[in-house]
Design a protein around this ligand. Structure first.
Ligand code: SR1
Ligand code: MG
Length: 419
């Protein structure tokens, strides 16, 4: 029996055989049993495999047995998978596990279930959702998900509104803010998303043929820099709601009938619009990918989904606001409208920063980088850049879903003229 009372990296991607032995032993120790919450593993047929796909930060391993039991073990390593030079607190695994449990309570069935988390090994046991598809992968094949707008708008309204001061007792909410202060992970967002795409950081990943355009449109636009500076300071200081913190389409599992949101390791208290804006931007990445093969049906679906996501979000938010609001001052006439308009301003602003950072920052998206034809990739990148600028510079113009769609269409028209 190995010693699991002192931290070591159990999931070693360059040594799958050793990893398998360690992870099976660990899984049995942590989860085997017949009581509720435990798993009655058939030990002899257990397997532990490192999946092909990983996120940028942590290590995962899928455990199965011949009886159909399944589980994912996720572990934080000292360095981040994306770069040996980057580190973040090992405690991120506990934070993620606790946020997932809170989200499960607020939006039942919409996140993977956490079986256990372990603050020694900085690992958790999580529901295996490998029978779902990662939405970004599906959309790369131009698959459409008719229920997505309905599901994601419900997830956003429930997790954001129910964790905010509008609904929660203020003392309890402040306790959560204290608990989920995550300086290391916030620091990544503050630099990678809300600074480096504008200041021309060395580690930016730029598509060389687009260098001059990026220089002019992002690095040298002072009005843009001021607007992004305000968004950065808002992100750092406005503890409005408990966010997922990295709600891109690679953090979404989909089936025809169900949606589950995972990978909330960047979860933090910050403006609601950050999560909503991320969803909008990542649908635009799918749209520009669709354009590259002139798949009009898919492109129409992505734009319709953006429109519906925003409009359903506002409608459901208003309804739940009326049902759940506890704060007397939040019932003052005009406050609800002001509050929602602020969320929409932020949604536009942070949709813009996500569009920019995934196009020119350190962590690009495959929706764009997989476009082989140079001109088509340039067009895709320029749509992202121009739509992002429109969102950031005219935040107060985005009140309905169609306003977001119109901005994408305007950007596409402008971008075509530059190529
Ligand atoms: C250093 S991690 C790079 C990016 O990957 C994650 O998914 C987050 O989006 C982060 O910004
Ligand atoms: Mg992630």
């Amino acid at each position: 029996m190995r010693d699991f009372t002192k931290y070591f990296l159990m999931i070693q991607e360059d040594d799958p055989e050793t990893t398998e032995k360690i992870i099976i032993e660990y899984t049995i120790l942590k989860t085997k049993g017949t009581e509720p919450g435990k798993i009655d593993w058939d030990v002899d047929s257990m397997k532990a495999k490192i999946p092909l796909e990983h996120g940028n930060l942590n290590h995962v391993c899928q455990v199965t047995d011949g009886k159909g039991n399944r589980l994912y073990i996720k572990q934080a390593g000292d360095t981040l998978r994306i770069s040996e030079d980057m580190t973040a607190t090992l405690d991120r695994n506990r934070q993620e596990s606790e946020i997932l449990k809170l989200e499960e309570a607020m939006a039942p069935g919409m996140v993977p279930h956490i079986y256990f988390y372990d603050t020694v090994m900085c690992a958790c046991g999580m529901e295996d959702c490998s029978d779902y598809e990662v939405m970004r992968n599906g959309m790369l094949a131009h698959k459409m998900y008719p229920k997505f707008a309905e599901d994601i708008s419900s997830f956003l309204v429930k997790t954001l509104l129910l964790s905010s001061d509008i609904v929660m007792d203020h003392r309890e909410k402040k306790e959560l803010v204290r608990k989920f202060i995550t300086p290391d992970l916030d620091d990544i967002t503050e630099k990678l998303v809300l600074m480096e795409p504008y200041l021309g950081a060395e580690r930016n990943n730029i598509f060389a043929p687009n260098r001059e355009f990026i220089q002019k449109e992002l690095y040298e636009d002072e009005a843009l820099h001021l607007a992004v500076a305000k968004l950065k300071f808002k992100f750092m200081t406005d503890a409005q709601a408990l966010l997922h913190g990295d709600l891109h389409t690679g953090s979404v599992f989909v089936k025809d009938t169900e949606t589950k949101i995972f990978d909330c390791e960047f979860g933090t208290y910050a403006p609601m619009g950050y999560d909503i804006g991320n969803v909008v931007a990542n649908l635009i990445f799918a749209y520009v990918n669709g354009l590259s093969t002139e798949d009009n049906g898919f492109c129409d679906w992505t734009l319709k989904t953006i429109e519906e996501t925003i409009d359903l979000f506002v409608a459901k938010f208003e309804k739940m606001y009326d049902e759940k609001v506890t704060e007397p001052m939040a019932q003052v006439k005009g406050f609800k409208q002001w509050y929602i308009e602020n969320i929409l301003n932020d949604t536009a602003g942070y949709a813009g920063t996500e569009l920019h950072r995934r196009t020119v920052g350190m962590a690009n998206v495959v929706d764009v980088t997989s476009i082989k034809d140079e001109k088509k990739r340039l067009l895709a990148e320029r749509i992202n850049i121009l739509a992002g600028k429109d969102f950031i510079l005219h935040q107060a113009s985005f009140r309905k879903g169609i306003d977001f769609v119109n901005a994408v269409n305007r950007a596409a028209e402008e971008a075509r003229k530059t190529i």
